[in-house]
Ligand binder design. Structure first.
Ligand code: NOJ
Length: 554
């Protein structure tokens, strides 16, 4: 009997929705999102049309870095729920066809983690300290930090303990870095992977995946030579072992790396067939709203992935970066952590228009795509949070100059016309959301946008459905005027994106499936995108409104 061809694994072309649990939905009414809230709102994700959900860390944590300071990798923070609820959530999501991706944080632990507490309680040179990077300081009395490194959050990445030694933390002081040359550190993380895979997680997102291994000499940062902690060659052995763990499951589990490595070829090394399955494409996220720049990123991404056979990923936003609808409304539309500041002038209408067009561009590209909660509602960055409510160590460690990342983590608006916009579950006591929501979000709720064909939410719903049914095959560029991106996928699909300042004629005959903006006189306006089926009949009435095609096959 002829064998059925196997369908490609889900992670190759999945649309993955990122849930920041504290800000998604609050089931118990205390103002903090939780697993009960997420379980009640899973239908939103089904209706949206995504294939998988990635949860930011839900583990017990003192919350010194939004949950990325973990004190127990095998439990759920009591503020969010219980392990039993997490297991139920994973099972319920699977029942709805949604794969679950959990966040694994291997570079560092919380300073409240039992290993670090034991290390602080033990003397210098003790085995307990070897799981971390403890060193004597420089200077006559060891009063200077052991090297010249900088924390990713600003300031120095060393903190001195009561007995005079220093410990390394590439992020906040409450996030001591683990020593990945220690066999127990490696064994522990493989056990943690198994713990979550055994509970049904279909994959893991690996935090700070390029930073784990340090040069054991911890030398000063120098202009030449291999970096002492970024993208070290030894890292690949770690991920080969992890791949063996992931492959020992049926179906195999997926490894997704948070790898900030600008060199496309070095980046692709993590995606060799015996390492990670995919990794976030931050080059694409960081590029400005500029046709040549985006095309270059798309080309270099596809070229770097092809030799290793890995699918590309496309990301516009996440819980660390400025929301797209705000970033694209500024004069400088790149994303750069170093350029973040208070009070950057923004044109919100321009940002919204470009974010809609960018959504259609991104969803038409080959590979998997990540969608950060609230993008499907067109939420802007909240830039006027009271300073005393800001939690992010990036803000605090910058001396207050960096606004930090709280502005993209504000709880979602679901329904109603005033805060908390249904964020706290129906029937629950209405606690104040842990970060205040703006007073003008009534039109942005899921409820307000549902059924409105011009809303961002309906644009995403339609686009995600069409992506599943109409968009397959390799990308081929078409000739296009300056400032316009035009490409085909498969036999009949074409995506046009106009990033130029003037309308361009649409000279490709075909049915208009979907556009991010109203088309005028057979022209695609500036900052708009159009999906069309070549050769098919033009959809009548596309003028002056966004057009969604019927789902039936022609
Ligand atoms: C990357 C995470 O996305 C970010 O939120 C976190 O602060 C750092 N890694 C440290 O864990």
């Amino acid at each position: 009997m002829a064998q059925q061809p196997e369908s490609p694994p889900w992670w190759r072309d999945a649309a993955v929705y990122q849930v920041y649990p504290r800000s998604f939905a609050d089931g118990d009414g205390d103002g903090v999102g939780d697993l009960a809230g997420i379980r009640a709102r899973l239908p939103h994700l089904v209706e949206l049309g995504v294939d998988a959900v990635w949860f930011n860390p839900w583990y017990p944590s003192p919350q010194k870095d939004g949950g990325y300071d973990i004190s127990d990798y095998r439990a759920v923070d009591p503020a969010l729920g219980t392990l039993d609820e997490a297991e139920k959530l994973i099972a319920e999501a699977a029942g709805l066809g949604l794969h679950t991706i959990v966040d694994i944080v291997p570079n560092h632990v919380s300073d409240r983690h039992p290993w670090f507490r034991a290390a602080l309680a033990a003397p210098p040179g003790s085995p307990e300290r070897e799981r971390f990077h403890f060193r004597d300081g420089r200077g006559e009395h060891g009063e200077l930090p052991p090297n010249n490194w900088r924390s990713e959050f600003g300031g120095r990445p060393w903190t001195r303990t009561a007995d005079g030694q220093w410990y390394l933390h590439l992020f906040a002081a409450e996030q001591p870095d683990l020593n990945w040359d220690h066999p127990e550190v490696r064994a522990e993380h493989e056990a943690v992977l198994r713990f979550w895979f055994d509970r049904g997680a279909a994959g893991v997102r690996i935090d700070s995946a390029g930073l784990l291994v340090k040069d054991p000499a911890l030398p000063d940062l120098a202009p030449d030579g291999p970096h002492p902690y970024v993208d070290r060659d030894e890292l690949h052995q770690v991920y080969r072992s992890w791949r063996a763990v992931a492959d020992s499951y049926h179906p195999p589990r997926a490894l997704i790396g948070e790898v900030w490595v600008p060199d496309a070829e070095r980046f692709a090394r993590y995606l060799r067939p015996d390492e990670l399955h995919t990794a976030f494409n931050f080059d694409f996220l960081a590029r400005p709203w500029d046709a040549a720049q985006l095309r270059e990123s798309i080309d270099s991404t596809l070229a770097a992935h092809a030799p290793v056979g890995a699918p590309a990923t496309w990301v516009l936003a996440n819980h660390d970066v400025t929301r797209t609808a705000t970033r694209y409304g500024r004069a400088d539309t790149r994303f750069d952590f170093a350029a973040k500041a208070f009070g950057i002038p923004t044109d919100p209408a321009l940002g919204r228009r470009r974010a809609r067009a960018a959504a259609l561009l991104t969803l038409a590209l080959p590979g998997s795509v990540y969608l950060y909660q609230g993008e499907e509602l067109g939420l802007p960055e909240v830039e006027d949070l009271p300073l005393d409510r800001l939690r992010d160590p990036m803000h605090h460690r910058s001396g207050g100059t960096d606004p930090g990342r709280d502005g993209c983590r504000v709880p979602l608006p679901w329904s109603g016309t005033t805060p908390p916009y249904g964020f706290t579950g129906p029937g629950a006591a209405t606690g104040e959301p842990w970060l205040p929501q703006p007073a003008d979000w009534a039109a942005l709720t899921v409820e307000a946008q549902t059924g409105d064909p011009d809303s961002v939410l309906e644009l995403y719903r339609t686009a995600l459905r069409l992506r599943r049914t109409r968009i397959t095959g390799a990308l081929r560029w078409r000739p296009a005027p300056e400032g316009v991106l035009a490409f085909d996928r498969g036999p009949g699909f074409t995506c046009l994106v106009n990033l130029s300042p003037r309308p361009v004629p649409i000279d490709i005959p075909g049915e208009h499936l979907l556009s991010s903006d109203a088309l005028t006189d057979r022209h695609l306006p500036s900052d708009a995108a159009l999906w069309l089926l070549r050769g098919a009949r033009r959809e009548p009435g596309e003028r002056g409104r966004t057009v969604a095609a019927p789902m039936t096959k022609r």
